[in-house]
Design a protein around this ligand. Sequence first.
Ligand SMILES: [Zn+2]
Length: 267
Amino acid sequence: MFASAIVSQPGATGEDRGGPEFENAAKKNSVLMNSLKWNWGKTQTGWYLYVPLLKKTLSTGADPESAEFAGAVARWQIDQGEAATGILDRKTLFLLIGHWQSQRIDPIYEAKPTSLLSAPIAEFYDRARARSLLKVDREAYNAYREMLAEARKDLFPRENEQPDSENLYLKIISSYRSPAYQAELRKKEPGATRAQIAFRSPHFTGRALDIYVGGEPVSTKDSNRAVQIRSAAYLWLVENAERFGFYPYFYEPWHWEFTGKRLMTEN
Ligand SMILES: [Zn+2]
């Protein structure tokens, strides 16, 4: 590891290292990561499915079981005016969720027909998708195209390894859904999860895109999400989407919302 090189750099603060004061917190985190009980629609176990998002928000590349990660949790807790325990317990998890949720489209409105365009079917995961279901908010679509071009460059830096158009990663699964269409979906799948077929869906705006990040496209099963959060496509989105104005719905690795608020970070 390069930790010693990093902490010896001028300007590195004591808190950055994690250090022995966070060893106990790290031990607790390594248990909570897989066992913390919390509720989101149904009972959830652990926070391991959110590790990429957590690392991004906490500005750390450290392993979630490390003292360094606990140190990053503590720094974030201080920023929130909380006690710096370094332990990612239920309270801290919900503060983080609150932060993620605050970045989403709010309020949800219904797209004006004039703000929507019909995206080419080639942009979609399902090439047989009904022609009436290809609508996307114009600005969101332009931002998506920009993001896609950048993602392709980063994920496939060598020209000869660029994926062909059959590569499904980052293609659009679903974008604009009208309230009427959403109601129909709900009738067809009464057992579907609350978030997937919400009464008031951000998909009404045309600015929420479900983007293919691997596995079953839109299944919230933990085993499926565990596959998705390891995909290069998902990890790229976590790292970069906000530069293009897209923010995640933490619970659904495929669901990204364009809020237009672009974070212009240089890297
Ligand atoms: Zn969605």
